[in-house]
Design a protein around this ligand. Structure first.
Ligand SMILES: [Zn+2]
Length: 487
């Protein structure tokens, strides 16, 4: 690795290829770069030729030229670092290049592109002007990162490199008309995969992962994603994860409020897929330009929607819908050993219905044979011995010995909303929607109440059948009641 200073100018530099809107700028660039020469003495290498910037912003081109003309440069095996003269010591620059080299090289191997190159140049060029802007890698082999971020190692340099490394010859979303990309580009996959891979490579290489949006703790990504999505300013954020298109608010004044749930959610979802199925389906999908989502569906062998539901359930957002009902905070189990008067929820309606008529049903031992239960109708459910029951998903709590009783019911919600499933004595209840366990939103229990022992709140969508899996009952019948949240 040799550092060159601006006094040494190289000749024969190539004009960076770029989208047509920058041709004028680049025309000037070409003039300025003419005669960019370097008098190579004995043992001296040639100053690296500039990076190839595609889809770059006007200010990128200006900054790039300034660094190429007057800046310092240090090249490694897989990267070239361009920075303002005297802004980094030799030692700092060497340390940064070593770090970048390590990560970029590992990333190339990780994605199966060891020979990646742009116009014959196998290196990623990092341009680091001493100004403030959002790190980005518009295309070609150039990433633009603010100098201070690079110096402090607080930059998403690996994420940006991955955008470049993952680019496909089949097409370039950033080069298209924005109105087309707005509708068709699978932004969730482009951003999510760059992040998931950056985390993976950092972990494998012992590098510090950094993202200005996601914090620096990959092990907290899922909980960050769940929190951010739960508090997202609009349902459209979650809706766009796994879909084609760009969320318009990501490019407006409210950017940060939308960006955190979108980026965290996209990275969490992509990483979930990679952990279950490896990176291959994702890499094949992103290489199949303009068919990315469909390709991913094919590679995974199941609808992306279903995988998304499983992911949401895995981060505690199963049936992630609150329908505007503000639920009270979850109470501690320590507060749940009172009698019927100690429920913190308003259980008046449930208690009234409990005193009314009762319908007797025999629970199914398979989902296909599960009988229906209706809203506001107390049922006395005859259960089956545990070994006879085939659950859709393993019960959330181990159902105990073979001596316990279990069974399945089905409930079809008449409307979107929060529903309570109440039981007369201790049983475990899982709700399963589309083959995926739905996380409960809240639960209440009063161990001293002889009528309703516990009640569990779930968010259900209208018309989507819910399999209620009852397990772990010490009695062969249990009273159940499904009601709407009434507070
Ligand atoms: Zn990105």
């Amino acid at each position: 690795m040799i550092e060159w200073r601006s006094e040494a100018r190289a000749s024969g530099s190539r004009t960076p290829r770029c989208s047509s809107r920058f041709l004028v700028t680049l025309g000037i660039a070409a003039i300025l770069l003419t005669g960019f020469s370097f008098a190579a003495g004995a043992g001296e290498a040639v100053r690296p030729r500039p990076g190839v910037a595609r889809n770059a912003w006007d200010e990128d081109i200006a900054a790039k030229l300034a660094l190429e003309r007057e800046g310092a440069v240090r090249a490694g095996r897989d990267v070239v670092l361009w920075f303002p003269k005297d802004s980094l010591t030799d030692e700092q620059a060497a340390g940064i290049v070593a770090r970048l080299d390590r990560g970029v090289h590992a990333a190339k191997l990780r994605i199966g592109k060891p020979g990646w190159s742009v116009e014959g140049d196998r290196r990623v060029h990092f341009y680091c002007p001493a100004t403030h802007f959002i790190s980005h890698a518009p295309g070609g082999n150039c990433a633009f990162i603010p100098l201070w971020r690079m110096r402090e190692d607080e930059s998403p340099w690996l994420h940006e490199s991955l955008h470049l490394l993952l680019a496909t010859r089949a097409g370039d979303w950033l080069a298209l008309e924005d109105s087309v990309a707005m509708r068709r580009m699978p932004l969730w996959l482009m951003e999510g995969l760059a992040d998931a891979l950056a985390m993976q490579v950092c972990e494998e290489e012992g590098l510090a992962y950094f993202s200005p949006l996601l914090g620096d703790r990959p092990d907290q990504l899922d909980s960050l994603a769940a929190d951010a999505l739960r508090n997202a300013p609009s349902d459209s954020v979650l809706a766009m994860i796994g879909e084609r298109g760009k969320l318009p608010q990501l490019f407006g004044p409210d950017r940060v409020r939308y960006a955190v749930p979108f980026y965290a959610g996209s990275a969490s979802f992509t990483r979930y897929i990679a952990r279950r199925r490896g990176y291959r389906p994702l890499l094949r999908a992103i290489a199949d330009f303009d068919h990315e989502n469909e390709r991913l569906w094919r590679e995974l062998g199941e609808p992306l929607d279903r995988v998304k539901s499983e992911w949401l359930a895995s981060i505690g957002l199963g049936s992630q819908v609150s329908f505007g009902t503000a639920l009270p905070p979850q109470r501690s189990m320590d507060d749940m050993h009172g009698d019927c008067d100690h429920f913190s929820w308003n259980m008046t309606r449930e208690m009234d219905l409990w005193r009314g008529s009762v319908v007797t049903v025999r629970a199914g031992s398979t989902p296909e044979r599960a009988p229906g239960v209706r809203l506001d109708e107390r049922v006395s459910v005859t259960l089956a011995p545990l070994p006879q029951v085939r659950f859709v998903v393993p019960p959330g709590k181990a159902p105990g010995s073979a001596g316990t009783w279990s069974g399945l019911l089905v409930f079809t919600p008449p409307a979107d909303g929060i529903y309570r499933v109440s039981a007369g004595h201790p049983v475990w209840i899982d709700a399963v929607v589309n083959g995926v366990g739905a996380s409960s939103q809240r639960f209440e229990m009063q161990t001293g109440c002889r009528t309703i022992f516990k009640s569990i709140a779930f968010a259900f969508r209208a018309g989507e059948p819910v399999i209620l899996q009852v397990s772990g009952s010490s009695l062969d019948t249990v009273a159940l009641l499904v009601t709407r949240w009434s507070d």
